[in-house]
Design a protein around this ligand. Structure first.
Ligand SMILES: NC(=O)c1ccc[n+]([C@@H]2O[C@H](COP(=O)([O-])OP(=O)(O)OC[C@H]3O[C@@H](n4cnc5c(N)ncnc54)[C@H](OP(=O)(O)O)[C@@H]3O)[C@@H](O)[C@H]2O)c1
Length: 183
């Protein structure tokens, strides 16, 4: 069943914590799936708009229908340097797309990175160097982003309304005061 909630993945690290703060500020009922829920800042605990749904992994994809989601926002990405399985995240998204389709949840926004280029990108030396460094030092991370993006682009005709977004960096301050000052 399509509900009204935001279903958030990867909400235990900077991008996701910023997302949760903004969702709650805008009074969106939000369900956060996390393998390490204890990383979600303690000051969220008392907010009735936030529900934490515990662990998620590639073997047990969460159900958008069970959480009555209207939209999925994902900040998932590998946060280690070694031992990355590039297909893990794209497989997760493919399974998630099926579940979304089954439950009539059509909208998903997901994080990519600067490593994924599109034809509209203008030349930037800084970007070239950063992406080159990532590719050399964390090849698994580079490949992961490309596989994720490929999985989304393959969905184009399949009834999921998706957007991939890229950010260059996330400011350090993740507390509520920083959110207010950054706005
Ligand atoms: N931070 C930045 O300045 C920046 C800049 C550009 C792009 N990005 C991209 O933005 C995204 C989020 O960045 P971030 O720095 O906020 O977070 P991050 O350190 O990349 O962590 C990603 C999130 O995904 C979760 N995650 C990773 N693998 C998982 C798995 N196998 N199962 C379940 N959860 C998993 C992590 O959970 P745990 O906390 O449990 O590990 C965490 O919540 C990433 O894709 C990153 O590449 C970040």
């Amino acid at each position: 069943m399509v509900g009204s909630r935001v279903l958030a993945f990867g909400a235990t690290r900077p991008a996701g914590i910023c997302l949760l703060r903004d969702c709650l500020y805008r009074n969106h009922e939000t369900v956060a799936f996390a393998r390490n829920p204890s990383k979600i800042p303690a000051d969220f605990a008392s907010n009735p708009l936030l529900r934490d749904e515990g662990r998620t992994n590639r073997h047990r994809s969460p159900l958008p229908g069970r959480t009555q989601a209207r939209v999925v926002v994902s900040l998932l990405g590998p946060n280690q340097i070694r031992g990355i399985q590039p297909e893990m995240y794209s497989d997760f998204y493919k399974a998630l797309f099926s579940q979304m389709r089954a439950h009539g949840v059509r909208r998903i926004f997901a994080m990519a990175t600067l490593s994924f280029e599109v034809p509209e990108d203008r030349f930037s030396l800084q970007r070239l160097l950063v992406v080159g460094l990532v590719r050399a030092v964390v090849p698994g991370g580079y490949q992961t982003v490309h596989r994720i993006c490929a999985a989304f682009f393959q969905e184009e005709e399949e009834g999921i309304d998706w957007a991939l977004f890229r950010i260059a960096g996330i400011p350090e301050g993740l507390d509520e005061k920083s959110r207010r000052e950054d706005r």
